[in-house]
Design a protein around this ligand. Structure first.
Ligand code: HEC
Ligand code: HEC
Length: 204
């Protein structure tokens, strides 16, 4: 009996070593996701969102929503279609653990950035827009269920605000839709510029 247990333990250890060698999550990242999102989630182009340091539960939720089609995206619906629950969990943890990156920070003296700062921290009470900071955090770090905006690509942020406005992004609750529909084009450009330059803080 003891010999059997030792033998089983040895087999388990071998399996573990093998699994570490070709970790299935790293393989998916390298073979699929890296093409657009970069191997460390830095994104290969500004049209793709940065995933590095994005919050884990938020990432997992978006992947589930792409998989079941409730968040529509020509590209991502295909990418997520075959993912198993444990792969989604693994991919979310992988990208959440990558170092967050920053963009060149636009000067607050730049008028467009100043408008972005104002919207982000004060909202626009004349149009019933709450400060973004009240949910996404003063530093744009978000929380487990709320996306980090700090350091995200400006172009991606603006595109998502348009998608919320046009009801193309419908997986989320009503919150972002009701906010985005009150933002003017100028405000969208401004706030997207501002958050892209927010210095991402390392995870605690
Ligand atoms: C061919 C390019 C491409 C590949 C490959 C790709 N993605 Fe994406 N991904 C996109 C695009 C484009 C978007 C933005 C979708 C939209 O506009 O709704 C996106 C969005 C996402 C988001 C949402 C991010 C957010 O901030 O809401 C997650 C999470 C994501 N991808 C994960 C992955 C994972 C994990 C893989 C690998 C299995 C992958 N992607 C492969 C192009 C790609
Ligand atoms: C009342 C809370 C709340 C406020 C205020 C708020 N947001 Fe959001 N925002 C959310 C939630 C919740 C989500 C995502 C929900 C989900 O997918 O589960 C989100 C998602 C987003 C996304 C998508 C991020 C990505 O990675 O795809 C962007 C961009 C965004 N918000 C920008 C803003 C901006 C700009 C403002 C201010 C004008 C703002 N938000 C104000 C709650 C809020």
């Amino acid at each position: 009996m003891r010999k059997l247990i030792i033998a089983l333990a040895a087999i388990a250890a071998m399996n573990q070593a093998q699994a570490a060698e070709d970790d299935p999550i790293t393989t998916i990242v390298q073979e699929t996701c890296a093409l657009c999102h970069g191997e460390q989630g830095e994104a290969s182009s500004s049209i793709y969102p940065r995933l590095a340091g994005q919050n884990r539960d938020y990432l997992a939720k978006q992947l589930r929503n792409f998989r079941d089609g409730s968040r529509k995206s020509d590209t991502m619906n295909d990418m997520a279609k075959e993912l198993k629950d444990e792969e989604i969990a693994g991919l979310a943890s992988y990208f959440a653990a990558q170092p967050v990156l920053s963009h060149r920070i636009a000067s607050i003296k730049k008028p467009l950035n100043a408008v972005g700062y104002y919207i982000y921290h004060k909202g626009n009470k004349f149009a019933d827009i709450p400060p973004c900071a009240s949910c996404h955090g003063e530093l744009g770090e978000g929380d487990e269920n709320l996306p980090r905006l700090a350091g995200q690509h400006k172009r991606y942020v603006a595109a998502q605000l348009d998608a919320f406005h046009e009801r193309k992004r419908t997986n989320d609750n009503q919150i972002m839709r009701s906010i985005a529909k009150r933002l003017t084009k100028l405000e969208i450009e401004a706030v997207s510029l501002y958050v892209s330059g927010l210095k991402p803080q390392p995870k605690p």
